[in-house]
Design a protein around this ligand. Structure first.
Ligand code: MGD
Ligand code: MGD
Ligand code: SF4
Ligand code: MO
Length: 706
């Protein structure tokens, strides 16, 4: 029996875990109290790391399709098959005929961070998709236009702030997103204890809202109006004060002009928030010595996702809170490249999707159109698909249509530990080892931390015989797509040569750390298994900027051009029920429902309905409702709750595990329903190509009365 330390990769909080290991089995998981960042915090998902390892359904060797079932093969046979089949598609139809979809866990593994770029480059297809376009792409676009870099996303300096305004986020359940903040609940409570305050804007009284000083139950999809009215009020009441940022900002007067029609009175009814309340909120934000505004999924996966995401930063700039301690700050991770203060800036639309003409954004196409690209004949039609760590058959809008499209592909290969709703369509599944059997350095989320920290965790349990590291899987696919076959020189594919006592991943990480701002080495981190604290966040403007002007472009032209669409929507009639999503602490998108400890107890996949709506619609708690949208219909279990705003219903995503042909014994016994059978693939935020997952018009009836 021994103790090993690792970093939890299951959400963005990067908590340190202390594992008890017996042989190659994890027998206990605790929060690592010595962790320099998370200090022992642990949530139910992290506690399930051992169960994830032990899950008998988790694939431990590659499998290939044989008719309607799957059988095991050796790694060499699996890669030989992938090589032959992908080459056949590329030879006959060209590279655009192969699509690549990277799902969420790609950004939680070092393999994804180190090698996904090479994979995508080797593929050389326009048909590249990721989960970002059902998630945070609006924030990338807004920050790309404001600061010149899509990863230059400021985070609330929670430990030093006096006031936080959180919109469309429930960090008590999600543990924070684009905001790496282990123990967000503890830090938010500490903020209140030291005399500060936080306000939550959410159509549902979420766990975070319940703990807040104030909760505003906004109408879904209308944060954009609320934020514009706050900007309007800051100007009207002469509260705009950029402080030390002033010499670095262009476009303030233009923002004032854009916000002019959106007075608190003009938007109040549309948002369901009183004009006086909006005004008071703007004044409170301006008056706080140090404050930050933060928006997440309820402000990104919505009709005006990019404009709303931009306004979050605009408010931080106008109140002088951007880039100052206690405000919204840019972390400086140990693997970062420092900038020079100017650059090329950011633009979208370098190419367009074949069928719907949707613009490229950050090198990818919107995943809402993947089904179109598979099902529409013609030159460039997608005939083969590579998925890595994704479950688009559940996670993408109108997923019934995508699910059907996947079954028509000539060939599909999935890098995934499960035979699930998506991978059941694959011809070959290549399973990576579980998190405990791989090293971890968080290339993605160390860029969003509320303190500058660095941590490297070697594998807690050595990889078993027959296990192939995910980095090697991705590189062997890269070799295949580069035309070098499955036995290519993998080091050469990532520009490494010569001998080293370090492994490939370690060499690449070491090089990035050495050239990083703190001059660390991998050896430094190996000496510190609980991580290194590099101090509180520090100001980074202008160094972080990559705009041609070397300034923050507060009023980028593409965003200004979308504001008339916002204005038109202000006066659009609104009626009927709208659907939004939510997350639960015991769930992680679509893929932890096979862990018994996480699905036992109270049912998680329920349709939340306000008591007045329930009474009007004849719905009862525990009964069944039929929910219908433009694209589909589901029958969901009703949970009547006064936490839900009237006129709004909520269903979480990632459920619907009743599909045939999967190997998910526990999830199948707790299937829930797939909310993305209702969300609409035609509804996108045009600037970012991101799906509108919140604010979907639905009809709800009682299943009992037909
Ligand atoms: N436990 C758990 N943690 C997770 C995940 C998980 O599945 N489970 N997923 C991870 C991922 S991939 C992500 S992207 C993050 C997301 O992190 P968060 O954005 O914090 O996620 P949610 O908990 O869904 O919170 C979104 C909130 O927005 C509200 N909302 C919906 N529509 C609107 C709207 O129009 N306006 C406003 N103001 N609010 C609205 C919802 O009611 C909900 O409370 O969480 C990550 N962490
Ligand atoms: N209606 C609605 N839909 C949503 C959302 C919403 O709020 N509402 N949220 C959206 C968001 S924010 C996101 S991020 C997406 C997520 O959507 P996706 O990224 O498509 O799907 P996940 O559910 O995260 O599934 C992850 C897959 O990766 C596999 N996996 C787990 N660990 C690993 C690993 O280490 N390596 C590999 N190769 N595979 C692994 C799992 O088995 C699973 O198949 O869903 C989106 N869909
Ligand atoms: S909060 Fe996130 S990182 Fe921390 S233990 Fe839970 S799932 Fe893991
Ligand atoms: Mo996400």
């Amino acid at each position: 029996m021994r103790t090993a330390w690792t970093t939890c990769p299951l959400c963005e909080a990067t908590c340190g875990l202390e594992l008890t290991v017996e042989g190659d089995r994890i027998t206990a998981v605790r929060g690592d109290r010595q962790d320099s960042f998370s200090g022992g915090f642990l949530c139910p998902k992290g506690a399930s790391l051992g169960a994830l390892d032990a899950d008998p359904d988790r694939l431990r060797e590659p499998v290939v399709r044989r008719g309607t079932s799957f059988g095991p093969v050796s790694w060499d046979e699996a890669f030989a098959l992938v090589d032959a089949r992908l080459r056949a598609v590329i030879d006959a139809h060209g590279r655009d005929a192969v699509a690549l979809y990277l799902g969420n866990p790609t950004v939680h593994s070092p393999a994804g961070g180190l090698y996904a770029g090479a994979l995508r480059k080797a593929l050389g297809s326009r048909n590249f998709f990721t989960a970002a376009t059902v998630d945070q792409m609006p924030k990338h676009v807004a920050c790309g236009l404001l600061y010149g870099g899509i990863f230059s996303i400021p985070v609330p300096d929670i430990d030093r702030t006096d006031f936080l305004l959180l919109l469309g986020a429930d960090p008590f359940s999600s543990n924070g997103s684009l905001w790496t903040v282990p123990d967000a609940p503890g830090r938010l409570k500490a903020l209140r204890r030291r005399g500060g305050a936080f306000v939550v804007v959410d159509p549902r009284r979420s766990r975070t809202a319940a703990a807040a000083d104030q909760h505003l139950a906004i109408v879904p999809g209308t944060d954009v109006f609320l934020l514009l009215a706050m900007v309007n009020e800051l100007f009207a009441a002469s509260l705009v004060d950029l402080g030390e940022l002033a010499p670095h900002v262009n476009g303030v007067a233009e923002v004032r002009e854009l916000s002019a029609p959106f007075t608190p009175e003009a938007v109040a009814q549309r948002c369901g928030v009183d004009a006086g309340v909006i005004r008071a909120l703007a004044h409170r934000l301006a008056a706080a010595p140090r404050a930050a505004v933060y928006g997440r999924i309820g402000t990104t996966a919505v009709e005006f996702g990019t404009v709303a995401s931009w306004l979050v930063d605009v408010l931080n700039v106008l109140t002088g809170n951007l880039d100052r301690p206690g405000g919204a700050m840019f972390p400086l991770p140990a693997h970062a490249k420092r900038g020079t203060g100017t650059g090329k800036g950011f633009a979208t639309g370098r190419w367009r999707s074949r069928v719907r003409g949707l613009p490229e954004v950050a090198g990818e196409l919107p995943v809402v159109t993947l089904a179109d690209e598979i099902t529409t004949p013609g030159a460039g039609q997608v005939r083969a698909l590579v998925t890595v760590a994704g479950n688009p058959a559940l996670s993408v809008p109108n997923s019934g249509r995508l699910d059907a499209a996947l079954s028509t592909l000539d060939f599909m290969v999935a890098v995934d530990p499960y035979l699930n709703e998506t991978t059941r369509h694959a011809d070959v599944i290549l399973p990576p080892p579980p998190p405990s059997r791989r090293a971890h350095y968080d290339l993605a989320f160390l860029s969003f931390t509320v303190r500058n920290v660095a941590k490297y965790s070697p594998p807690a349990v050595p990889p078993g015989p027959g296990e192939v590291d995910e980095g090697e899987i991705l590189l062997r696919l890269t070799g295949i797509l580069a035309g070098q076959g499955p036995d290519a020189d993998l080091d050469a594919l990532v520009g490494l040569s010569g001998e080293s006592e370090l492994g490939r991943d370690e060499r690449l990480l070491d090089a990035r750390l050495r050239s990083g701002p703190y001059g660390l080495t991998l050896a430094d981190l190996l000496d510190r298994p609980h991580g290194v604290d590099l101090g509180p966040l520090t100001s980074r403007v202008p160094e972080i900027l990559r705009t041609p002007s070397g300034r923050i472009e507060l009023c980028p032209e593409p965003i200004a051009a979308d504001v008339p669409r916002v204005l038109a929507a202000l006066h659009a009639p609104r009626d009927g029920l709208v659907l939004v999503g939510r997350r639960h602490l015991r769930s992680n998108n679509s893929w932890l429902h096979n862990v018994p400890a996480l699905v036992k107890g109270k049912r998680l996949c329920t349709l939340l309905v306000h008591p007045d709506d329930a009474a009007r619609l004849g719905l009862v708690d525990g009964g069944t409702a039929r929910v219908t949208s433009r694209v589909g219909e589901v029958e969901a279990t009703v949970e009547v709750s006064a936490d839900m705003a009237a006129g709004v219903v909520s269903l979480p995503h990632g459920w619907g595990h009743d599909r045939p042909g999967t190997r998910l014994t526990t999830a199948r016994a707790h299937p829930g329903v797939n909310v993305n059978l209702l969300t609409d693939d035609l509804a996108v935020d045009p600037l970012s190509g991101t799906a509108v997952l919140n604010g979907v018009h639905v009809r709800v009836t009682s299943s009992a009365v037909q």
